[in-house]
Design a binder for this molecule. Structure first.
Ligand SMILES: NC(=O)C1=CN([C@@H]2O[C@H](COP(=O)(O)OP(=O)(O)OC[C@H]3O[C@@H](n4cnc5c(N)ncnc54)[C@H](O)[C@@H]3O)[C@@H](O)[C@H]2O)C=CC1
Ligand SMILES: O=C(O)C1=N[C@H](C(=O)O)C[C@H](O)C1
Length: 251
Protein backbone atom coordinates (compact mmCIF):
# COMPACT_ATOMS: atom_id res chain seq x y z
CA UNK A 1 0.00 0.00 0.00
CA UNK A 2 1.49 3.36 -1.06
CA UNK A 3 0.90 6.14 1.50
CA UNK A 4 0.19 9.47 -0.17
CA UNK A 5 -0.04 13.12 0.88
CA UNK A 6 -2.06 15.23 -1.58
CA UNK A 7 -0.83 18.82 -1.91
CA UNK A 8 -3.80 20.87 -3.17
CA UNK A 9 -6.22 18.29 -1.70
CA UNK A 10 -9.22 20.65 -1.70
CA UNK A 11 -8.92 21.49 -5.38
CA UNK A 12 -10.60 19.88 -8.39
CA UNK A 13 -7.70 17.54 -9.11
CA UNK A 14 -6.85 16.88 -5.46
CA UNK A 15 -10.37 15.55 -4.94
CA UNK A 16 -10.15 13.36 -8.05
CA UNK A 17 -6.87 11.82 -6.81
CA UNK A 18 -8.42 11.16 -3.37
CA UNK A 19 -11.45 9.47 -4.96
CA UNK A 20 -9.35 7.24 -7.24
CA UNK A 21 -7.05 6.27 -4.35
CA UNK A 22 -10.05 5.36 -2.17
CA UNK A 23 -11.24 3.00 -4.91
CA UNK A 24 -7.92 1.11 -5.01
CA UNK A 25 -6.20 -1.24 -2.56
CA UNK A 26 -2.79 -0.01 -3.79
CA UNK A 27 -3.03 3.53 -2.38
CA UNK A 28 -3.97 5.25 0.86
CA UNK A 29 -4.26 9.01 1.36
CA UNK A 30 -2.76 9.62 4.79
CA UNK A 31 -3.02 13.44 4.76
CA UNK A 32 -3.70 16.46 2.62
CA UNK A 33 -2.24 19.96 2.38
CA UNK A 34 -4.18 22.98 1.15
CA UNK A 35 -4.44 26.67 1.90
CA UNK A 36 -8.16 25.93 2.30
CA UNK A 37 -8.11 23.49 5.23
CA UNK A 38 -11.76 22.32 4.93
CA UNK A 39 -11.95 18.85 6.46
CA UNK A 40 -11.88 15.73 4.27
CA UNK A 41 -11.69 11.96 4.98
CA UNK A 42 -8.06 12.47 6.08
CA UNK A 43 -6.27 15.16 8.14
CA UNK A 44 -5.71 18.42 6.25
CA UNK A 45 -2.83 20.81 7.02
CA UNK A 46 -1.90 24.20 5.63
CA UNK A 47 1.78 23.28 5.16
CA UNK A 48 3.60 20.03 4.36
CA UNK A 49 6.11 20.70 7.14
CA UNK A 50 3.31 20.31 9.74
CA UNK A 51 2.09 16.90 8.50
CA UNK A 52 2.59 14.29 11.24
CA UNK A 53 1.52 11.20 9.30
CA UNK A 54 4.18 8.93 7.74
CA UNK A 55 4.03 8.84 3.94
CA UNK A 56 5.85 7.45 0.91
CA UNK A 57 5.15 10.23 -1.61
CA UNK A 58 3.48 13.62 -2.17
CA UNK A 59 1.24 14.28 -5.19
CA UNK A 60 0.91 17.98 -6.03
CA UNK A 61 -1.94 19.61 -7.96
CA UNK A 62 -1.95 23.13 -6.50
CA UNK A 63 -0.71 26.54 -7.66
CA UNK A 64 2.70 27.44 -9.04
CA UNK A 65 3.58 29.82 -6.19
CA UNK A 66 3.03 27.02 -3.64
CA UNK A 67 5.49 24.64 -5.28
CA UNK A 68 8.88 25.95 -3.95
CA UNK A 69 7.65 25.73 -0.33
CA UNK A 70 6.30 22.24 -0.99
CA UNK A 71 9.58 21.07 -2.52
CA UNK A 72 11.65 22.50 0.34
CA UNK A 73 9.46 20.72 2.93
CA UNK A 74 9.64 17.46 0.93
CA UNK A 75 13.41 17.79 0.85
CA UNK A 76 13.53 18.05 4.66
CA UNK A 77 11.29 14.98 4.99
CA UNK A 78 13.22 13.15 2.21
CA UNK A 79 9.89 12.50 0.44
CA UNK A 80 9.58 11.82 -3.32
CA UNK A 81 7.22 14.25 -5.08
CA UNK A 82 4.96 14.08 -8.15
CA UNK A 83 4.45 17.62 -9.49
CA UNK A 84 1.47 18.11 -11.80
CA UNK A 85 1.02 21.84 -11.19
CA UNK A 86 1.55 24.03 -14.26
CA UNK A 87 2.42 27.69 -14.84
CA UNK A 88 5.78 27.32 -13.06
CA UNK A 89 8.21 30.25 -13.44
CA UNK A 90 11.92 29.86 -14.30
CA UNK A 91 12.75 30.55 -10.64
CA UNK A 92 10.30 27.89 -9.42
CA UNK A 93 11.68 25.38 -11.92
CA UNK A 94 15.16 26.09 -10.58
CA UNK A 95 14.07 25.18 -7.03
CA UNK A 96 12.67 21.89 -8.38
CA UNK A 97 15.88 21.18 -10.30
CA UNK A 98 18.05 21.78 -7.22
CA UNK A 99 15.87 19.62 -4.95
CA UNK A 100 15.91 16.76 -7.48
CA UNK A 101 19.62 16.33 -6.75
CA UNK A 102 18.57 14.98 -3.34
CA UNK A 103 15.07 13.52 -3.74
CA UNK A 104 13.28 11.85 -6.69
CA UNK A 105 10.88 14.28 -8.39
CA UNK A 106 8.44 13.41 -11.17
CA UNK A 107 7.13 16.40 -13.12
CA UNK A 108 4.74 16.48 -16.04
CA UNK A 109 2.36 19.17 -17.25
CA UNK A 110 0.08 16.38 -18.43
CA UNK A 111 -0.34 13.09 -16.59
CA UNK A 112 -2.44 11.42 -19.31
CA UNK A 113 -0.94 8.66 -21.42
CA UNK A 114 -2.69 10.06 -24.52
CA UNK A 115 -0.95 13.44 -24.51
CA UNK A 116 2.38 11.73 -24.18
CA UNK A 117 1.59 9.60 -27.23
CA UNK A 118 0.49 12.79 -29.04
CA UNK A 119 3.90 14.31 -28.29
CA UNK A 120 5.67 11.36 -29.94
CA UNK A 121 3.44 11.69 -33.03
CA UNK A 122 3.96 15.46 -33.18
CA UNK A 123 7.75 15.08 -33.00
CA UNK A 124 7.71 12.66 -35.96
CA UNK A 125 5.41 14.93 -37.98
CA UNK A 126 7.54 18.00 -37.20
CA UNK A 127 10.70 16.27 -38.44
CA UNK A 128 9.03 15.29 -41.72
CA UNK A 129 7.04 18.50 -42.31
CA UNK A 130 9.49 21.14 -41.04
CA UNK A 131 10.31 22.62 -44.46
CA UNK A 132 6.88 23.38 -45.92
CA UNK A 133 4.33 23.38 -43.07
CA UNK A 134 3.54 26.07 -40.50
CA UNK A 135 2.92 24.77 -36.99
CA UNK A 136 0.34 26.25 -34.59
CA UNK A 137 -0.95 24.91 -31.26
CA UNK A 138 -4.46 25.60 -29.94
CA UNK A 139 -5.41 24.63 -26.39
CA UNK A 140 -8.87 24.87 -24.81
CA UNK A 141 -9.67 24.66 -21.08
CA UNK A 142 -12.41 25.41 -18.53
CA UNK A 143 -13.08 28.93 -17.25
CA UNK A 144 -11.50 28.21 -13.82
CA UNK A 145 -8.00 27.68 -15.22
CA UNK A 146 -5.54 30.33 -14.01
CA UNK A 147 -2.48 29.83 -16.23
CA UNK A 148 -2.27 30.39 -19.99
CA UNK A 149 -1.09 28.95 -22.23
CA UNK A 150 -1.46 25.50 -20.68
CA UNK A 151 1.57 23.64 -19.41
CA UNK A 152 0.78 20.95 -21.96
CA UNK A 153 0.84 23.41 -24.89
CA UNK A 154 4.27 24.60 -23.75
CA UNK A 155 5.46 21.02 -23.32
CA UNK A 156 4.31 20.19 -26.87
CA UNK A 157 6.04 23.32 -28.22
CA UNK A 158 9.27 22.44 -26.40
CA UNK A 159 9.18 18.91 -27.79
CA UNK A 160 8.85 20.32 -31.33
CA UNK A 161 11.80 22.63 -30.73
CA UNK A 162 13.78 19.71 -29.33
CA UNK A 163 13.61 17.88 -32.68
CA UNK A 164 13.99 21.07 -34.76
CA UNK A 165 17.10 22.32 -32.91
CA UNK A 166 15.32 25.26 -31.24
CA UNK A 167 14.44 26.73 -34.62
CA UNK A 168 10.94 27.89 -33.66
CA UNK A 169 10.13 31.19 -32.02
CA UNK A 170 6.94 31.06 -29.89
CA UNK A 171 4.21 33.59 -30.70
CA UNK A 172 1.44 33.80 -28.08
CA UNK A 173 -1.76 34.88 -29.82
CA UNK A 174 -1.60 37.26 -32.76
CA UNK A 175 -3.58 40.30 -31.67
CA UNK A 176 -0.48 42.51 -31.51
CA UNK A 177 0.91 41.28 -34.84
CA UNK A 178 0.45 43.43 -37.90
CA UNK A 179 2.85 41.66 -40.17
CA UNK A 180 2.88 38.41 -42.11
CA UNK A 181 3.69 35.17 -40.31
CA UNK A 182 7.36 34.15 -40.52
CA UNK A 183 8.21 30.49 -41.25
CA UNK A 184 10.12 30.09 -37.97
CA UNK A 185 7.12 31.07 -35.85
CA UNK A 186 5.20 28.59 -33.70
CA UNK A 187 1.87 30.06 -32.72
CA UNK A 188 0.39 29.10 -29.33
CA UNK A 189 -3.25 30.04 -28.66
CA UNK A 190 -5.37 29.65 -25.52
CA UNK A 191 -9.18 29.40 -25.31
CA UNK A 192 -11.03 29.44 -21.95
CA UNK A 193 -14.68 28.57 -21.37
CA UNK A 194 -17.26 26.49 -19.54
CA UNK A 195 -16.19 23.09 -18.28
CA UNK A 196 -13.81 22.00 -21.06
CA UNK A 197 -11.50 19.48 -19.35
CA UNK A 198 -8.57 20.00 -21.70
CA UNK A 199 -8.07 19.95 -25.48
CA UNK A 200 -4.86 20.31 -27.46
CA UNK A 201 -4.61 20.58 -31.24
CA UNK A 202 -1.35 20.75 -33.15
CA UNK A 203 -1.95 22.09 -36.65
CA UNK A 204 0.49 21.53 -39.50
CA UNK A 205 -0.69 23.88 -42.24
CA UNK A 206 0.82 23.45 -45.69
CA UNK A 207 -0.09 24.52 -49.22
CA UNK A 208 -3.70 23.45 -49.78
CA UNK A 209 -3.58 20.85 -46.99
CA UNK A 210 -3.74 20.74 -43.21
CA UNK A 211 -2.81 17.94 -40.83
CA UNK A 212 -4.16 18.17 -37.28
CA UNK A 213 -3.02 15.97 -34.41
CA UNK A 214 -5.24 16.38 -31.39
CA UNK A 215 -6.03 15.12 -27.92
CA UNK A 216 -9.23 15.63 -26.00
CA UNK A 217 -9.41 14.84 -22.28
CA UNK A 218 -12.91 13.63 -21.48
CA UNK A 219 -12.51 13.46 -17.70
CA UNK A 220 -10.09 14.56 -14.95
CA UNK A 221 -9.71 10.90 -13.97
CA UNK A 222 -7.10 10.37 -16.70
CA UNK A 223 -4.81 12.91 -15.00
CA UNK A 224 -5.52 11.49 -11.52
CA UNK A 225 -4.85 7.95 -12.66
CA UNK A 226 -1.60 9.04 -14.32
CA UNK A 227 -0.49 10.85 -11.15
CA UNK A 228 -1.07 7.67 -9.09
CA UNK A 229 0.99 5.65 -11.60
CA UNK A 230 3.71 8.31 -11.38
CA UNK A 231 3.63 8.00 -7.56
CA UNK A 232 4.08 4.22 -7.83
CA UNK A 233 7.02 4.79 -10.20
CA UNK A 234 8.82 7.59 -8.35
CA UNK A 235 9.01 5.90 -4.93
CA UNK A 236 11.46 3.36 -6.38
CA UNK A 237 13.76 5.87 -8.11
CA UNK A 238 17.04 7.45 -7.11
CA UNK A 239 17.15 11.26 -6.70
CA UNK A 240 16.63 12.96 -10.07
CA UNK A 241 14.05 14.70 -12.23
CA UNK A 242 11.75 12.26 -14.05
CA UNK A 243 9.07 12.74 -16.70
CA UNK A 244 6.26 10.76 -18.32
CA UNK A 245 8.77 9.55 -20.89
CA UNK A 246 10.65 7.68 -18.11
CA UNK A 247 7.42 6.14 -16.85
CA UNK A 248 6.27 5.05 -20.32
CA UNK A 249 9.75 3.60 -21.06
CA UNK A 250 9.56 1.48 -17.90
CA UNK A 251 6.29 0.01 -19.23
N1 LIG B 1 -0.33 17.72 -15.00
C1 LIG B 1 -1.60 17.43 -15.21
O1 LIG B 1 -1.96 16.39 -15.79
C2 LIG B 1 -2.65 18.38 -14.73
C3 LIG B 1 -2.27 19.54 -14.13
N2 LIG B 1 -3.21 20.37 -13.62
C4 LIG B 1 -2.69 21.53 -12.92
O2 LIG B 1 -2.85 21.31 -11.51
C5 LIG B 1 -3.06 22.55 -10.85
C6 LIG B 1 -4.33 22.46 -10.02
O3 LIG B 1 -5.43 22.29 -10.87
P1 LIG B 1 -6.93 22.23 -10.27
O4 LIG B 1 -7.05 21.14 -9.28
O5 LIG B 1 -7.83 22.24 -11.45
O6 LIG B 1 -7.00 23.64 -9.55
P2 LIG B 1 -7.88 24.11 -8.29
O7 LIG B 1 -7.79 25.58 -8.27
O8 LIG B 1 -9.21 23.46 -8.34
O9 LIG B 1 -7.08 23.50 -7.04
C7 LIG B 1 -5.88 24.01 -6.55
C8 LIG B 1 -5.84 23.76 -5.03
O10 LIG B 1 -4.57 24.21 -4.56
C9 LIG B 1 -4.79 24.95 -3.39
N3 LIG B 1 -3.70 25.91 -3.16
C10 LIG B 1 -3.47 27.09 -3.79
N4 LIG B 1 -2.40 27.71 -3.27
C11 LIG B 1 -1.95 26.90 -2.28
C12 LIG B 1 -0.86 27.00 -1.37
N5 LIG B 1 -0.07 28.07 -1.35
N6 LIG B 1 -0.66 25.97 -0.51
C13 LIG B 1 -1.47 24.90 -0.50
N7 LIG B 1 -2.54 24.76 -1.34
C14 LIG B 1 -2.76 25.74 -2.21
C15 LIG B 1 -6.13 25.67 -3.59
O11 LIG B 1 -6.70 26.08 -2.35
C16 LIG B 1 -6.92 24.58 -4.29
O12 LIG B 1 -7.62 23.77 -3.37
C17 LIG B 1 -3.07 23.62 -11.95
O13 LIG B 1 -1.79 24.17 -12.06
C18 LIG B 1 -3.42 22.82 -13.20
O14 LIG B 1 -2.97 23.42 -14.38
C19 LIG B 1 -4.53 20.13 -13.69
C20 LIG B 1 -4.98 19.00 -14.30
C21 LIG B 1 -4.07 18.04 -14.90
O1 LIG C 1 -5.75 23.20 -15.48
C1 LIG C 1 -6.16 22.15 -16.04
O2 LIG C 1 -7.33 21.75 -15.91
C2 LIG C 1 -5.20 21.37 -16.83
N1 LIG C 1 -3.97 21.76 -16.84
C3 LIG C 1 -2.88 21.10 -17.44
C4 LIG C 1 -2.13 22.05 -18.38
O3 LIG C 1 -1.99 23.23 -18.06
O4 LIG C 1 -1.65 21.59 -19.41
C5 LIG C 1 -3.21 19.77 -18.02
C6 LIG C 1 -4.63 19.56 -18.46
O5 LIG C 1 -4.78 19.97 -19.78
C7 LIG C 1 -5.66 20.16 -17.53
Amino acid sequence: MIRIIIHGCNGKMGKVVAKLAAESYDFKIVAGVDKNISPLDFPVYSDLKDVKEEADVVIDFSYHEAVPNLVKAALKKKLPVVIATTGLSEEELKVIGEASKEIPIFKSANMSLGVNILINLVKEAAKILQQDFDIEIIEKHHNMKKDAPSGTALMIADSINQVLNDKKEYVYGRHTKTEQRKPNELGIHAVRGGTIVGEHQVIFAGHDEVITISHSAQSREIFGYGALQAAKFIINQKPGLYTMEDLVKKG
